[in-house]
Design a protein around this ligand. Structure first.
Ligand SMILES: Nc1ccn([C@@H]2O[C@H](COP(=O)(O)O)[C@@H](O)[C@H]2O)c(=O)n1
Length: 293
């Protein structure tokens, strides 16, 4: 077992299964591996010094591009719908229409604000967005080993790209599926492009992008990183999958949600703001680090 799997934040329902998957993936070689990761609160931090870090949407909500009236409306939406998102007593079927309602209302408000494309970079620069500790190693190592990284996010693609660009890790092996803004000819937001991606329809999003997974058909071994149960469907487009190792960050409402995360993810990282465990796994898969015990 990797030493990092004994970290206090790590919980596993079946450690032997994790070991078997890892061994099978190592045997197959890192040229058969692809990584699929959620973005908000998975690659980015959930909290820093006791304060919540922003999602892609929050970066805009808190920015100078939004009027105070709209900021208030967006905060009210967050206060209403985020507790529903993380409510373990409600079923996905019950939550799904409410999540669509949240995203749709928020996007309508953002479009009303006539946001200018040329100001997005400064808004991200001035925000409290923070990638998790260890992000540089994760992105750079995947790039060095030519392992594709798909970031599959229900956030806002333009903001997400800007965050990783400003962090210097938007390497050519990174592909993003997300909600992208549509700007008019003068660079003003007029709508969001394509089908809405929210936390519970990533399966549909994956199946709309079969071309991407077809290109990666020689990589049937998947490392999946997520922070919600909806993220588990991000790999549903992968062709002829051989192994999947699912790592889930459990950031909020830990006690209520722990069992469902343990039932669904192979490795659950409880209130862990770092990428230490995914990085140790990647180093192991690429032959850069040994095991212990
Ligand atoms: N108006 C909204 C809508 C959603 N969110 C949060 O964004 C997260 C989705 O992004 P992923 O990268 O995790 O797919 C989701 O967890 C929502 O809490 C928001 O902040 N504002």
């Amino acid at each position: 077992m990797l030493a990092e799997l004994s970290n206090p934040s790590v919980c596993m329902r079946d450690p032997q299964r994790v070991q078997d998957i890892l061994q099978s993936m190592v045997k197959a070689g890192s040229n058969t591996v692809q990584v699929i990761s959620d973005f908000d609160m998975t690659l980015t931090r959930f909290a820093h010094n006791g304060k919540r870090c922003p999602t892609c949407h929050n970066i805009l909500d808190d920015s100078k591009l939004i009027s105070s009236d709209c900021r208030q409306k967006l905060k009210e939406l967050l206060n209403k719908y985020y507790p529903i998102e993380i409510d373990s007593s409600r079923s996905v079927e019950e939550k799904l229409p409410l999540m669509v309602e949240w995203w749709t209302k928020a996007h309508e408000i953002l479009v009303e604000q006539k946001i200018r494309k040329d100001l997005l970079a400064s808004v991200v620069q001035e925000s409290d967005a923070m990638l998790r500790e260890g992000y540089q190693l994760l992105f750079d190592h995947l790039h060095e080993h030519s392992i594709p990284l798909l970031i599959f996010s229900a956030g806002i693609g333009d903001i997400l790209e800007e965050v990783i660009r400003q962090a210097g890790v938007f390497h050519p092996n990174v592909k993003v599926f997300s909600n992208y803004m549509d700007f008019d000819e003068s660079g003003v937001l007029k709508a969001f492009k394509g089908e809405l991606i929210h936390i519970y329809n990533k399966r549909e999003g994956a199946l709309l992008n079969t071309g991407h997974f077809q290109e990666l058909r020689t990589r049937p071994n998947v490392l999946l990183l997520g922070d919600s149960l909806g993220d588990l469907t991000m790999a549903d487009g992968v062709q002829d999958m051989e192994n999947i190792l699912k790592i889930g960050f459990l950031n909020d409402k830990v006690e209520e949600r722990k069992q469902s995360y343990l039932d669904s993810y192979d490795i659950v990282l409880v209130k862990d703001e770092t990428l230490e465990v995914p990085n140790a796994i990647l180093l192991y898969l690429t032959g850069n680090k040994g095991t212990e015990n």
